[in-house]
Design a protein around this ligand. Sequence first.
Ligand code: 5GP
Length: 131
Amino acid sequence: MATIFSKIAAGEIPSWKVAEDENYYAFLDINPLAEGHTLVIPKKEVDYIFDLDDDTYLGLTAFAKKVAVALKKAIPCKRIGVAVLGMEVPHTHIHLVPLQSERDLDFTKEKKQLSPERFKEIAEAIAANIE
Ligand code: 5GP
């Protein structure tokens, strides 16, 4: 059965898309730690990032870098934090989180509540900076 993230990449479940190419897809996390919190996935369904074949792994990190550069331009922050957890969704994903301090990468803290309009604005602002 397709994972929820495969359904998102296929457009069967809506998402606030940030970037896409033939092999990778980036979209806003629905429960963000910070405004701009983005997930980057390979379209290939592999649960654990270190089970990816080398080409897909390297392509994913290069794609995540491109998204992170755009994210930093769109959302004022000191750094873009990078995390891989995979405790919830069994489809490889890299979290990109705009950071003001190291506390912003604490996944146990309360998530931000954003309106659909704000999600849309943020996704469009990041997408506009993708090169
Ligand atoms: P993890 O698997 O890395 O522990 O957590 C999964 C992440 O995916 C969480 O941050 C969660 O908010 C996000 N997430 C789970 N389901 C959806 C969804 O349907 N849409 C979006 N945009 N994000 C999701």
